[in-house]
Design a protein around this ligand. Sequence first.
Ligand code: DOR
Ligand code: ZN
Length: 459
Amino acid sequence: MTELLVRGGLVYGPDGPVEADVHVTDGVITRVEAGGAAPDGAMIVDATGMYVLPGAIDVHVHSRDPGFPEKEDFGTLTAAAAMGGVTTVLDMPNTVPAVDAAGVLEAKAALARPKARVDFGLWGLVRSSSTVEQLEGLAAAGAVGFKAYLGYSFSTSRKQVLQSTDADGAELEAPPDYGTLARLAPVLARLGLPLAIHAEDPAILAAFRRPLESYADLLDSRPPEAEAVAISASAAIAKESGVHLHVAHLSSALGLRAAQDAMRAGTRLTLETGPQYLWLSDQDFARLGTAMKVFPPVRTAADRDALVEAAASGVIRIVATDHAPHTDEEKSRPFEHAPSGSPGVQTLYLSCLELAKRLGDVSLAPRWVSEGPAELAGLRETKGAIAIGFDADLVIVDPNRKTQLRPALMRSRQRHGALDAREFGFAVSDVFLRGRPVVRDGKLVGRAAGRMVRPLGSR
Ligand code: DOR
Ligand code: ZN
């Protein structure tokens, strides 16, 4: 029996927008077509004049949970996600203890579940010391894929991935390098899970290190060559093993070209970029300050334009946020010492809808934040589209109401983001997770009922 009927909206299905009603039974979409009587007992939502979109899957968030409750936790992360129409988040493994083995992943899932307002998946970590058994264990425990932070040391005493600034007194293990990738890529290929990389070549970063007094210093210290080399080298390794290589947060035109070369050579490679790289350039630093300090950095207008073009043409198939909250105190430190990272999960969909509209095709937005991500996450049979048999993760958006991004609207513990003060010509009205309301009329409702997702087709 239909339990939810979303009526009269413009439904963004896999083949573009159609006026249709969406019927939901047991949390699953059972009918997408116009007309017909309303079944008895169903919750009826009038979506006349609204867009009905598939829930976003943000494949790159940092919940900080467990590890840094002052920055964020699973409750605040998923409240922000729900408010922005993100119905699934994939959490990165640099929580503490880092997710480098099955037991850690299971404990993290148990801790996240009672706080999760949306569904979640968990990435596993690749360390230079990772064993085949550890990776197999993580896959069996449900990891959506593996992340290698090229150049980021690991503190064995703190069980923590380190940003270079916080290594004081820690016992260090060498960062994963191309040797690590070459050793482990065949294992990940066999497991059928993607290998995501933080693509900044450590040798190039080391050669360009300098004090950071200005934004120009930051750009000089992390040149696009670092991204391009990391992509080319990792892709050469990936191609041999057949592993699916995923490039997180692509930031430069040079990196894009390296990735396209690798794709043309037959490497199985997907690209992700983020709203900060699609909306901002170095020119915004004067206005935003450390709020836009992220690694890799936001670069020039030419880089931004190349990324927008690649997203518009489908070369970049995934937009994800790298939602990386820090406290106000941390972000107000002098530029050199402020940690990198900015929140963004709540503004992902709105910013993508606005950009897609400006590019002349709103349906690009659900492709970037839902369809492409579902494929990466191994969820393409249950999420990522409004179609029969899929989870009823539905987002109702008002295309005639503006949203101005203000800290007071934000549900993340870090309320100041890189897109602060922007205005987008859409507003999220209602959000359903597997048919259950999580946001009604722009307000959080219900309790935390998120589930852990596991990739299909992994072994
Ligand atoms: O700016 C960043 N912050 N880039 C990363 O890759 C990590 C992230 C974080 O965890 O703060
Ligand atoms: Zn990240």
